[in-house]
Design a protein around this ligand. Sequence first.
Ligand code: NAD
Length: 311
Amino acid sequence: MSDKIAFIGIGNMGLPMAKNLMDAGKKVKVFDVSSLMIDKAKNENLEVAENIDSLINQDLSFVITMLPEGKNSEEVYLGENGIIKKVPKNCLLIDCSTIDIETSIKIGKKAREEKIKMIDAPVSGGVMGAIKATLNIMVGGTKEAFDIALPILKLMGKNIFHAGETGCGNGAKICNNMSLGITMIAASESLMLAKRLNIDVKKVHEIMKSASGNSWPISVYPPVPGLIEGTPSNNNYRPGFSTAMMTKDLKLANQISKSVKAKTPLGEKALTIYNDFCEKGYSNTDFSAISKLIGDEVWNYSIDKNEEEDN
Ligand code: NAD
């Protein structure tokens, strides 16, 4: 098997993931519809393709996609210029995007019809995890495809899980992100309450980190500035993981919950809260800036809408 990998979608996550593969000695060629991202990839010395046709060739062993939503994955794999008809039969397709389970299953089924192996492999761990290659990766697909993908996934992540058949990777990811969206709001409410009570927020954060109120947003990704170096809250909430992406994931959680009659009242409430924040113009801002919506009147720290990140 050759070392050749095509990587499609080199945004906040895809770019550092592709770079880690290149740094590990793989022959990586990337493509993105955004010229801004193509320029960033060139600056990182990644080989870039001008279009999908010049990206896909019969030497490829893997195609990895890291795209925003199900409609993007569907377009790239199954659309008019869809890659499923172009890749060699022994190429493994790895969709790392967080998308709806239905689209994952649909793409997996089409791949099977073409006798091509495919897995859904969404990730968690944020941009920091992508940069440090410490992502958690949740795989849906056959055990055989999982085993083939494992050495490549290990170059981008630390904990790699086989969640089940096609679609289960995204199912696990949607469950995870519903909790993340809720706990980010919970962490924001607690830290803003501390501020209102005039207790040193640094102290409360230190206490919560080792007490029962701990969570990933508290210990790794606090929603207010001045607590942990290198987090979006310390960098004017530059994504990171955008509020638009969190809203998308909560929509996926709410849709799938309804379809299986699961009760998710906090998931529903969290969706309303992030939706409001998007409507106020913060969709490109990191989702941890939700603390701004919760405590603006007690702690008016600097924040911008990251409008220049639009592309
Ligand atoms: P992003 O918007 O920064 O990057 C997505 C990239 O895909 C963009 O550069 C866009 O131009 C490109 N793209 C869209 N359609 C395309 C097409 N048809 N062909 C080629 N390129 C195309 O998003 P991101 O933050 O990197 O997230 C990507 C995925 O990973 C999402 O599904 C997100 O939910 C998930 N995710 C993100 C994070 C995070 O912290 N950012 C963490 C875990 C999972």
